[in-house]
Design a protein around this ligand. Structure first.
Ligand code: HEC
Ligand code: HEC
Length: 205
């Protein structure tokens, strides 16, 4: 049987692409232009620039790693992270398609993030100390996270949202938090959590 050269080349390229994907992490690359259209449905809560809200209800998404956004959306869809608003959005038929998730994640990860700020202005130094010892090894020296390891960017996130997530994780209200992460946070005092949130909210992403 004669094999067409174009077919051989296509399969070699396919194998190389698969290898490259394995070497990093298997996150489908989304189409940011299509993602911007999807985001129109999210902007009413997350904000025109995906900056979130200062009351801590809605997180900033601008500049978050695409892999993190995709993972969290999948978790809401599968009921592994609880929030009535996000669960109802993800339950809608169109998000059964992973391409939609990849597209909106690609769009959001490309938006510029700005530091949210907030907090009393007194806890940042304490927060920086705890962060350097217990968190920087994963979330990065500047809170930049790590897309390949699916570790969220925390720099510039809303202060009240960060506080709430840290308390929710310790109190068992965020089931997708890894148990060893909860164990790391559990011994922290309320002032440590305030300080961490304040320090991180003010970091430039
Ligand atoms: C009705 C308001 C509302 C709408 C609309 C909405 N969200 Fe959310 N979103 C929230 C709230 C509230 C949270 C925080 C929930 C929690 O505490 O777990 C959230 C959390 C998230 C998170 C987790 C962020 C993180 O840092 O872990 C992602 C990702 C997200 N939303 C993406 C989207 C996308 C994409 C859309 C549009 C398809 C969307 N949201 C539409 C309210 C909304
Ligand atoms: C071993 C690596 C590791 C360490 C150390 C670590 N984290 Fe995390 N963190 C993660 C991962 C992975 C996630 C995503 C969990 C998930 O999938 O929901 C996360 C999620 C978070 C979130 C939720 C972000 C969001 O957008 O909702 C916060 C807040 C957070 N970590 C704060 C901290 C703080 C504060 C420390 C230090 C006290 C810390 N982490 C230490 C790996 C780590």
């Amino acid at each position: 049987m004669r094999v067409e050269p174009t077919i051989v080349i296509a399969s070699v390229l396919g194998a190389l692409a698969a290898l490259a994907a394995c070497a990093t992490v298997a996150v489908p690359v989304g189409d940011a232009v299509a993602g911007a259209r999807v985001y129109a449905e999210c902007a009413g809560c997350h904000g025109t620039n995906a900056q979130g809200t200062v009351n801590g209800q809605v997180p900033a998404l601008a500049g978050q790693h695409a892999s993190v956004i995709a993972k969290q959306l999948g978790d809401y869809r599968e009921g592994e992270r609880w929030d009535a608003r996000m669960e109802s959005i993800m339950a809608e038929h169109r998000f059964a398609d992973d391409a939609q998730i990849a597209n909106v994640a690609a769009y959001l990860s490309g938006l510029p993030a700005t530091p949210a700020g907030g907090g009393s202005g007194e806890g940042g130094e304490r927060g920086a100390g705890v962060y350097g010892k217990a968190c920087a090894s994963c979330h990065g020296a500047r809170g930049e996270g790590n897309g390949a390891r699916v570790i969220p960017r925390l720099a510039g996130q809303q202060y009240m949202y960060l506080r709430r997530q840290l308390h929710d994780a310790v109190d068992g209200r965020r089931p997708n938090f890894p148990p060893d992460h909860v164990a790391l946070l559990s011994p922290l005092e309320a002032d440590d959590i305030d300080g961490l949130a304040e320090y991180l909210a003010e970091l430039s992403p």
